[in-house]
Design a binder for this molecule. Structure first.
Ligand code: SIN
Length: 505
């Protein structure tokens, strides 16, 4: 018998910036989270927001749209950038502390694709940690949010409606039923062997929404951060783009600067362009890539997180070149959701990196994702609060949710390598087909565990979407179709077949 508990308030799955913002905006909420820390904690660069008197939400929207490969949805982008200043004020009101200048004004950094300085930061390069500290303090200061430490495995349905979640605590399974379910489970960087994403960022929410038949969007668009420290660590330590905003340059092994030949904005070109340039440096044997940050004064004070990462491998950014490589970083694809977090399935909302609203199009503007969590998190709670339906009807869930162990074996590492080699920054039709057939060879092994099944299902959907897009745009580059095709300037929507469900008993 599976234990079934009825919750009297919405259930938010995930406790990063998006999940906690949703929960704090509700009169009562439950938050389901694991021990894994999630990506928000690791965010270095900051929060992009039109804060300076010389800037405006319109200019922020224009920069967001201009790097989006033609797929950014203007209406949604406008909501993001116009909602930015108020979202940041709310965060400051609950205690978040951002770096300030001598006059007490907020300091603004510049990152790739931004035509002006508009990135707020905290403790130099530890913005995500400060945002989380403030949000957790707000949760702890009240009694409206109850945190449940457990892993979500699958959604529970009654007819066409999501009414809850199957959870796991070790081998034990328990079903939680709730009047609304919000997935704020983050991205899927760990389906790649090279990623900046920590353990747990495995696309679980996206895969479980797909098994419930929720429409997914833009799955081919993975963002690779250009500069992860290339020293054999997993996850790869991030070297924030703000370093380039402060004058760090990219050079090859002979110290020659290479970005000006790729783009007029050089090191501050849009992220996909810098990432691919670094990829070519290795792939074409052009002498690799190093970040030269030696010109930045007071490095250790201004970038303490990066400084610590570098020193942990005996590199001193004030003296040494830092070897860099691109790494899977952010997922533009995800659960198709509108600007209130509504998905195609009643009872289910999605927000933050797990969702795909069109706000980033094919390529996200740097430091727009914490803002996304704040702005769309607040909009989602407002919508959820007016749409609660007490769970009713016989609960069903995918059968495997109850049978399989959680943790994947070594085949998951094979999958991650295949995805990096064939479905990474530069893709080709034959390479994508090859990846698909390698993954299908691993199918039966991967499907023996929950984690393996999630990674397999999501990876196959990424490959399918990448095969369907026979052009290059934003984060999706096909060497066999290197140009954008105006006929394909539209988002990719996929309606997955709902998994076979079994009655929960
Ligand atoms: C960075 O600091 O470079 C990362 C910021 C982001 O991914 O938006």
């Amino acid at each position: 018998m599976t234990e079934i508990t009825r919750l009297d308030a919405p259930l938010v799955v995930g406790a990063g910036v998006a999940g906690l913002t949703v929960a704090l905006g509700l009169p009562q909420a439950y938050v389901l989270t694991t021990q894994d820390m999630g990506s928000t904690w690791w965010a270095q660069g900051g929060i992009a927001v039109a804060w300076s008197p010389d800037d405006s939400p319109r200019q922020h929207a224009d920069d967001t749209l201009s790097v989006s490969g033609g797929l950014g949805v203007e209406r949604v982008v406008d909501l993001l950038t116009h909602g930015g200043p108020a979202a940041v004020e709310n965060l400051i009101a609950i205690g978040a502390q951002f770096d300030r200048d001598e006059d007490g004004g907020l300091m603004l950094a510049r990152e790739g694709g931004h035509r002006t300085r508009r990135v707020l930061h905290a403790d130099g390069d530890a913005t995500g940690a400060e945002v989380m500290r403030a949000l957790i303090a707000a949760v702890e200061a009240g009694d409206r949010v109850t945190v449940i430490q457990r892993r979500a495995i699958d959604l529970v349905m009654a007819g066409d409606r999501v009414i809850g979640v199957v959870t796991s605590e070790g081998k034990k399974r328990e079903v939680l039923l709730a009047p609304a379910v919000v997935l704020a489970t983050g991205g899927a960087g760990r389906i790649y062997s090279q990623t900046t994403n920590p353990a747990g960022v495995t696309g679980d929410g996206i895969a479980m929404a797909g098994r419930a038949g929720a429409r997914l969007a833009d799955l081919e668009f993975v963002q690779f951060h250009p500069t992860a420290l290339h020293v054999g660590k997993d996850p790869m330590p991030l070297l924030t783009e703000a370093l380039r905003g402060e004058g760090a340059i990219l050079v090859d092994a002979h110290g020659r600067r290479f970005m000006p030949q790729y783009h007029p904005m050089a090191e501050l070109a849009p992220r996909d362009i810098v990432a691919r340039a670094i990829f070519w440096q290795y792939d074409r044997g052009l002498g690799g890539a190093y970040l030269d940050a030696r010109s930045i004064v007071d490095f250790a004070d201004r970038f303490p997180t990066v400084n610590a990462h570098a020193h942990s491998v005996e590199l001193d950014p004030s003296e040494h070149l830092l070897p860099v490589s691109p790494a899977a970083h952010y997922y533009m694809g995800g659960i198709d959701a509108d600007s209130n977090g509504r998905t195609s399935v009643p009872g289910l909302w999605a927000v933050g990196e797990a969702s795909s609203t069109g706000v980033h199009g094919a390529n996200r503007l740097a430091s727009n994702s914490l803002l996304e969590g704040l702005v769309f998190g607040a909009r989602t709670s407002a919508d959820v609060a007016t749409s609660l339906v007490a769970p009713d009807g016989e609960p069903f869930a995918p059968k495997e949710a109850f049978d399989l162990p959680l943790v994947a074996g070594p085949a998951l590492e094979d999958l991650r390598q295949i995805m990096w080699d064939r479905v990474g920054l530069v893709r080709t039709g034959p390479g994508l087909w090859e990846a698909r057939s390698h993954l299908l060879e691993l199918d039966s092994v991967l499907r023996r565990t929950i984690a393996g099944r999630v990674a397999l299902e999501l990876s196959l959907m990424v490959i399918l979407a990448a095969l369907r897009r026979s052009e290059s745009r934003g984060g999706h580059y096909r060497a066999d179709y290197p140009e954008p095709d105006p006929m394909q300037e539209h988002r990719t929507l996929i309606d997955p077949t709902r998994a076979q469900m079994t009655a929960v008993s």
